[in-house]
Write a protein that binds this ligand. Structure first.
Ligand code: NAD
Length: 279
């Protein structure tokens, strides 16, 4: 029987641990403040921002909401981020992506001070991760590491294959697995013999953005499968990049969608916010 990795439960545990830490900090007179900036009112972004605010409230982190209109200029957004960089009462700055097309996301990410970069997207944060230095780590891949560790799955020495090389999931995921001493292979849309390579994995992490793409014939018997993908199918139900039903009797452990990787992202964002005052 495969272990179903319960991301909802693990993320709740993490949030409860953070709540205790935040209360201790509050007792010492330390308040954590996260500034959340949303430009425009994309419904999906509004849901994400709302969930982040709720998590802050639960843990005891103060959140400052900046809801800017769709026609905000890049210069106005840069000016706001710079103001928040200077504000010593703000510990973390999060700009909800995607931004409207007239704003260059890279410019905004690079404007955020690396000391307040709780999303871990700043080139300095990514560079620090790649050379093993301290810095904020992108939340979704950090959440995957927690799922594995807290489920008692050892990483050291394991053959890990990551399908997907995006800047926010695939690449930082590979660096984190390397940091945990896995032997790491990254696959992408131009990889030859994808199934054969995926089948080598003791731990297979999938982040490609293609519903139900990974079937049993990509998976070694007894592998651990982590599904980062999230989609709505034709019946409006959530599903992942992995065909969960097809692979279930073939794996030793797997993350479901929903309830696997998804809930971990916000928990790790909260963890980064707490780190921002501890480091
Ligand atoms: P992306 O589109 O930026 O990157 C997809 C990657 O997959 C690319 O590197 C591409 O080379 C690779 N790829 C695409 N088709 C492929 C194929 N046929 N074979 C091999 N590789 C292929 O996507 P992303 O931002 O990394 O997100 C991936 C998925 O994870 C999406 O479904 C997204 O919604 C989900 N996601 C979930 C969370 C979460 O909190 N659970 C967070 C971020 C992303």
């Amino acid at each position: 029987m495969a272990l179903i990795i319960d991301g909802k439960k693990i993320s709740s545990e993490i949030k409860d641990e953070l709540k205790v830490k935040v209360a201790e900090l509050n007792d010492k007179g330390i308040q954590i403040t996260l500034a959340v900036i949303q430009v425009g009112n994309d419904p999906a972004s509004s849901v994400y921002v709302g969930n982040k605010k709720k998590a802050c409230e639960y843990i005891g982190i103060k959140s400052l909401a900046y809801e800017l209109s769709q026609d905000t200029t890049q210069e106005e957004l840069v000016a706001l981020v710079e103001k928040l960089n200077e504000d010593s009462s703000v510990n973390g700055i999060l700009v909800q992506l995607p931004l409207p097309s007239h704003i260059n996301e890279d410019t905004i990410i690079q404007t955020i001070s690396p000391l307040k970069d709780v999303d871990g997207f700043h080139p300095q944060s990514v560079g620090a991760l790649s050379i093993g230095q301290k810095g904020f780590v992108s939340c979704t891949p950090a959440g995957v590491i927690q799922l594995l560790k807290r489920s008692g799955i050892s990483i050291q020495g394991k053959e890990c294959v990551i399908i997907g090389r995006s800047n926010i999931v695939g690449k930082p995921m590979a660096l984190l697995m390397l940091r945990e001493n896995a032997t790491v292979t990254i696959c992408h849309s131009r990889t030859n013999n994808l199934k054969e390579i995926a089948k080598r994995a003791d731990i297979l992490i999938v982040a490609i953005g293609k519903p139900l793409f990974v079937t049993k014939d990509f998976v070694k018997e007894g592998a651990v499968v982590i599904d980062v993908g999230i989609h709505r199918n034709e019946n409006n139900k959530l599903c992942g990049d992995v065909d969960y039903v097809d692979v279930l009797d073939h794996v030793s452990a797997i993350t479901p969608v929903p309830g696997g990787v998804g809930p971990m992202t916000i928990a790790m964002l909260m963890s980064n916010c707490v780190e921002s005052v501890l480091s």
